[in-house]
Design a protein around this ligand. Structure first.
Ligand SMILES: Nc1ncnc2c1ncn2[C@@H]1O[C@H](COP(=O)(O)OP(=O)(O)O)[C@@H](O)[C@H]1O
Ligand SMILES: [Mg+2]
Length: 248
């Protein structure tokens, strides 16, 4: 194998078991800096748990995590943020007795103290980019679900992470809003941000991702360029087949 630059993220044989449930079971993946990656898989295949393993919210049953060549298998969640890893959650987690702007600013709590002042000036700019400037003084609950998702993304990127994990960021959005998120992801990519996307919309995955992983029952069943993964027999059977049934 050719030895390229150090990968940004490397997971080796990662497993997360909840009692008898093998939510993630022996996943090894490598993310190179600057690309957009996607994880496909039916409900319950372990996608969110894998993101939680990376942010150290889910305890590892086994495995090893490296960020930019540094082992972070044992670090705490807030230290993961200091490494430069940010995420959005599958379900909106905003604080409702604060304004939108305050919620975004909370993203700065995860960056080392010395950098906060410098980044404070970027709060407005980030809100503008994500399209929430007009609602900055509102409370999250006053917003549509799609707008709440944008606030979450703004909060995740305001600390200028090197790796952004997005767990179904466009759930509840219409096609136009979804295209805007795709466009935002591409713009962030042009600035060098590496992204790992979990998303049910196959078309969006193919459009926005450089590389896809397919998961089923906690295991990796395929990886490669998006077209080949979407066409993969095992992926179609586990994911696309199920989707058709789910939607029926
Ligand atoms: N905190 C938890 N405790 C017990 N089981 C869990 C927990 N989180 C997830 N699971 C189980 O792990 C499996 C994978 O879940 P999840 O990672 O949420 O899948 P996905 O995001 O792909 O839909 C499911 O069977 C789910 O019920
Ligand atoms: Mg999930």
């Amino acid at each position: 194998m050719a030895s390229g630059p150090t990968p940004l993220l490397e997971l080796t044989d990662v497993a997360v078991h909840f009692g008898g449930v093998k939510a993630v079971d022996g996943v090894s993946i490598t993310l190179d800096e600057g690309l957009i990656y996607g994880i496909m898989g039916s409900n319950g295949s372990g996608k969110s748990t894998l993101l939680g393993a990376v942010t150290r919210l889910n305890p590892l049953t086994r495995g090893r995590l490296e960020f930019d060549g540094v082992d972070f298998t044992r670090v705490r969640p807030h230290q993961v943020a200091h490494l430069g890893v940010a995420r959005t959650f599958q379900t909106v987690r905003l604080i409702d007795d604060r304004t939108v702007a305050d919620n975004v600013r909370l993203g700065l709590d995860t960056v080392p103290r010395g950098r906060r002042r410098e980044l404070e000036s970027t709060v407005d700019e980030v809100m503008e980019r994500v399209g929430i400037t007009g609602v900055r003084r509102m409370r999250p609950s006053e917003l549509s679900y799609g707008m709440q998702r944008r606030v979450e993304i703004a909060r995740a990127i305001v600390g200028r992470p090197r790796l952004l994990l997005l767990d179904e960021p466009t759930a509840g959005m219409n096609t136009g809003e979804r295209d805007e998120i795709s466009e935002l992801m591409r713009a962030l990519q042009r600035e060098g941000l590496t992204q790992l996307l979990v998303e049910h919309d196959v078309q969006m995955m193919v459009d926005v991702c450089d590389y896809l992983f397919g998961m089923n029952q906690g295991e990796l069943i395929a990886e490669g360029d998006p077209d080949s993964v979407v066409a993969d027999e095992a992926v179609r059977e586990s994911y696309l087949g199920k989707r058709v049934n789910d939607d029926a």
